[in-house]
Design a protein around this ligand. Structure first.
Ligand code: CAA
Ligand code: NAD
Length: 302
């Protein structure tokens, strides 16, 4: 625990990284009346993010106001109006109560980002990473003890607007007060939290990644094709998506970054055959077939 204090309630959120996760987090926070700044290095990503949020909100608006197109537009515009895009990190975080990072899954890039965030964010700002697989403690290890005390994992699930869980990952340096603030925030944006210690994969990914990799190995051994494996798990185990649909949805680059990271460097997971490199996965990623987001993965989306 520490003497560091946090702001009363989290009202201003800055999300860094405007990809599929960051845009979803921004959308959900704004839907629940928070003031949001969405920061990305790429203006094109910010534009894509805005279109993605507009489409997603549009679908909800149609259900909410089925007979009233003007109301639909008003509702979507009022939410988008609470989200400001920016390519300037230091300006973007200068007023934040909470910064949620959702950039590329790379420890060095995330550490560099938070070194910059720490230069510009208010001293009582909560810092959070949406990392899928990296230790929260390592992402923040170069920051001051005061900053580390206010740093947690807030792990959202894809698609953010539809998935109700957020894992709240606590480190040994967090006080009860910080964990409580994080839980309050998760509930304030309509999600349900699960608290977890800072271990590789937290809860969901520690169980999901071995499952996805076993599915890929079934395919590699020629036991069944991807369609039949997906059908089997949907109709035989009640999963909403099969393992290949899900891997394509998550992004094959992200899946590869997670398993490679654990296989070479994971605390307690290094060399674990569950996360052994897969020739099929490596081949798809090398060819730029990253799943739904690139139009091709295990399946074709074009
Ligand atoms: N904004 C807000 N809410 C929305 C929405 C939107 N744009 N669109 C739909 N919703 C709501 C719906 O109203 C519904 O809420 P209720 O249950 O309260 O009615 C809820 O979200 C679910 O939406 P749908 O009924 O439209 O969902 P569906 O039945 O078509 O299923 C799915 C879609 C939820 C994506 C489902 O296929 C699914 O669960 N797939 C598996 C996804 C998964 O496992 N994700 C985790 C990936 S791993 C990960 O993310 C972690 C990592 O680090 C890699
Ligand atoms: P993505 O590739 O869709 O988006 C990443 C975005 O970050 C891009 O728009 C990129 O321009 C931007 N970016 C990269 N470096 C940046 C920097 N230094 N400053 C600002 N912006 C930067 O990736 P994603 O799928 O949204 O994943 C983002 C994070 O969320 C990763 O850590 C990933 O592991 C995690 N995550 C992913 C999923 C998933 O299903 N894809 C689920 C939960 C968590």
């Amino acid at each position: 625990s520490s003497s560091a204090t946090v702001s009363e309630a989290i009202k201003r959120i800055t999300v860094v990284g405007g990809g599929q996760m960051g845009a979803g987090i921004a959308q959900v926070a704004a839907t629940f009346d928070h003031q949001v700044t969405l920061v990305d290095v790429s203006p094109e990503a910010l534009e894509r993010g805005r279109q993605y949020m507009g489409k997603s909100l549009g679908r909800v608006a149609k259900k909410k106001f089925p007979e009233d197109p003007a109301q639909q537009t008003n509702w979507v515009d009022s939410i988008l109006g609470r989200i400001q895009g920016s390519t300037e990190l230091s300006k973007g975080v200068s007023q934040a109560d909470l910064v949620v990072e959702a950039i590329v899954e790379n420890i060095n890039v995330k550490q560099r980002l938070f070194a910059d965030v720490a230069q510009a964010a208010p001293a009582d700002c909560i810092l959070a990473s949406n990392t899928s697989s990296l230790p929260i403690g390592r992402i923040f290890e170069n920051l001051s003890a005061e900053r580390r005390a206010l740093a947690v994992g807030l792990h959202f699930f894809n698609p953010v607007a539809q998935m109700k869980l957020v894992e709240v990952v606590r480190t040994g340096e967090n006080s009860e007060e910080i964990v409580q603030k994080a839980l309050d925030f998760v509930r304030a944006i309509g999600k349900s939290p699960a608290v977890c210690q800072d271990t590789p994969g937290f809860i969901v990914n520690r169980l999901l990644l071995p499952y996805m990799m076993e599915a890929i190995r079934l395919l590699e051994r020629g036991v069944a094709d991807s369609r039949d494996i997906d059908t089997a798990m949907k109709l035989g185990a009640g999963y909403p998506m099969g393992p290949f649909e899900l891997a394509d949805y998550v992004g094959l680059d992200t899946v590869k970054a997670i398993v490679d990271g654990w296989y070479t460097d994971g605390e307690g997971l290094k060399g674990d055959s569950l996360f052994m490199p897969s020739p099929k996965l490596n081949e798809l990623v090398a060819a730029g077939h990253l799943g739904v987001k690139s139009g091709q993965g295990f399946y074709n989306y074009k």
